[in-house]
Design a protein around this ligand. Structure first.
Ligand code: NAD
Length: 506
């Protein structure tokens, strides 16, 4: 049996329960179907086969989940940080113990390649460990002195929160949002993306098996326009942590306005990788290729624009093209696969539409640019693609495609590179390649992005802030920043002297 056949057999074992029982909601520690009894299907992007029927939750399911989260809030928030720490570490242990099951299930549900998903499962565990260790300090504040007064700030969990996640790497992203919420003392209602709901179900099971009290974490599946919308409008939900498209973020802001929701948005990107002639060009090429073609290009931090100094442009782009053309497209469970199928036919259509748009706008197709047939028939497989000869006015230089599609644009001067880099509505990440340290600093000062890597691909360090500017997001995760979102700061002022109090009325 080939590696792929063996992996398919293992996946079959992991998926059998979903095929048999479907994907149920989990509210107040009890699993069940949607109130309406309705379901929707989740299908594998690799071959279109039905993986499971999923509970299609709506407003009444969200209401029950929000009430359960509210009922569980007081006692969860009152637990000591040390106790929350223990439970969160046990959740991490549970993730590690089931890392294979998570990775295989995620691959089949999302189309992401196993080589990346096995790491994503373990990264989920790391997220829990990191915030487990921060739980005991979540309440910490500052002492601020004034004449005759000492102020003490304390932090308190904001209450039950809603977490809404996208389909691209759902397991990792769910842990990234939920771990700090739990560490802060919040309770959670999670609404995962309808295209890839399976691993969210595994995660809530692991959490309760690890001893998380019932009602602290509730899962409601469903569509954005009903379950998602109801969650953002529910009066008992104090904040919404959302990862997804920028235009969905705008909708959520509107939906949450009546109940004055606090929002945290991690949205889209059109991130530049800027390569100057003095850079280590082989490393820069490897990093650029990695950042656009890993995770099927369905990655918010992908470097989808390649800005290259004119003097090295043609040679550098040729090097990138050579690498892109050699990338292995294949079944997500084939250990050799780099690019798997795109998540869904709707998304595939969107990505393919940009191939026509690029041609109409006058860009040159250097590599790829088509849907793959033959052995790939039945799946949403798209070739790794590189467009050259592009300029800023083209839609492939402005819009988030969210697939394995790179747009190369030449620049003459540093000023021009910066102007091009900033001339998009997004500002999530930027990648700068140069050996001139002064220029690297100057350029990163001017670059409109929440996160910048110099001479590196995206290498995430959990204590650092994660988030975007412009249409790429509001707020920061990571380190202590997550607690700023999930907690309220209270100031208590103590008089330290018998100061003069104005006497009104005698
Ligand atoms: P999406 O916005 O379509 O959906 C995300 C989630 O929002 C889903 O669970 C969906 O059901 C829900 N939703 C949709 N409409 C809603 C509404 N009206 N009210 C409440 N919830 C609603 O995004 P997607 O297509 O699933 O994911 C891809 C997008 O996510 C890309 O734009 C990508 O850049 C972005 N993303 C950003 C980050 C980041 O950290 N900045 C990370 C991953 C993905």
């Amino acid at each position: 049996m080939s590696d792929l056949q063996q992996n398919l057999a293992r996946a079959e074992g992991y998926l059998a329960r979903f095929a048999r029982d479907g994907v149920l909601n989990h509210i107040g520690g009890v699993s069940g179907p949607a109130d309406s009894g309705e379901t929707f299907e989740t299908r594998s992007p690799a071959d279109g086969r039905l993986l499971a029927k999923v509970a299609r939750g709506g407003a009444s399911d969200i209401d029950k989940a929000a009430r359960a989260a509210k009922a569980a809030f007081r006692s969860w928030a009152a637990l000591s940080g040390a106790d929350r720490r223990k439970i969160l570490h046990r959740i991490a242990d549970g993730i590690v113990a089931r890392a294979d099951e998570i990775a295989f299930t995620e691959c089949m549900d999302t189309g992401q390649a196993l080589r990346f998903m096995s790491k994503a499962a373990l990264r989920g565990a790391e997220n829990f460990r990191f915030y487990a260790d921060k739980a005991p300090e979540a309440r910490d504040g500052q002492s601020i002195q004034a004449p005759g007064q000492v102020n003490i700030t304390t932090r308190h969990p904001i209450g039950p929160v809603g977490v809404i996640t996208p389909w691209n790497t759902p397991f990792m992203l769910s842990t990234w949002k939920i771990a700090p919420a739990l560490a802060a003392g919040c309770t959670v209602v999670h609404k995962p993306a309808e295209f890839s709901p399976l691993t969210a179900r595994l995660l809530v099971e692991i959490a309760e098996e690890a001893g998380l009290p019932k009602g602290v974490w509730n899962l409601v599946n469903g569509f954005g326009e009903d379950a998602g919308k109801a969650l953002t409008m529910h009066p008992d939900i104090k904040a919404i942590a959302f990862v997804g498209e920028s235009r969905t973020g705008s909708m959520i802001m509107r939906q949450g306005s009546d109940t004055l929701k606090r929002v945290h948005f991690e949205l889209g990107g059109k991130n530049p990788v800027v390569v100057f002639a003095d850079a280590d060009l082989e490393r820069a090429a490897d990093a650029a290729v990695f950042m656009i073609y890993s995770l099927n290009g369905e990655r918010c931090t992908s470097s989808s624009r390649l800005l290259v100094e004119e003097s090295i442009h043609d040679a550098f782009v040729a090097r990138v093209a050579e690498k892109a053309a050699r990338i292995k497209v294949g079944h997500p469970l084939d250990p050799q696969t780099v690019i798997g199928p795109l998540i869904h036919e709707v998304h595939e259509k969107k990505v393919l539409s940009y191939f026509d748009i690029a041609r109409e706008d006058g860009a040159t197709l250097a590599v790829g640019g088509q849907k793959l047939g033959g052995e790939f028939a039945g799946g949403h497989y798209v070739a790794p693609t590189l467009f050259t000869g592009a300029n800023q006015s083209m839609r492939i230089a402005q819009e988030e495609i969210f697939g394995p599609v790179l747009t190369a644009i030449p620049f003459r001067t540093e000023e021009e590179a910066l102007a091009i880099a900033n001339d998009v509505e997004y500002g999530l990440t930027g990648y700068i390649w140069t050996n001139d340290v002064t220029r690297a600093f100057r350029f990163s000062e001017g670059l409109e992005a929440g996160m910048i890597w110099v001479n590196s691909e995206n290498v995430r360090h959990l204590p650092t802030p994660f988030g975007g500017v412009k249409n790429s997001g509001i707020g920061r995760d990571g380190g202590d920043w997550s607690f700023d979102f999930y907690m309220e700061t209270k100031n208590i002022a103590f008089a330290t002297v018998a100061h003069a109090i104005p006497k009104l009325g005698g």
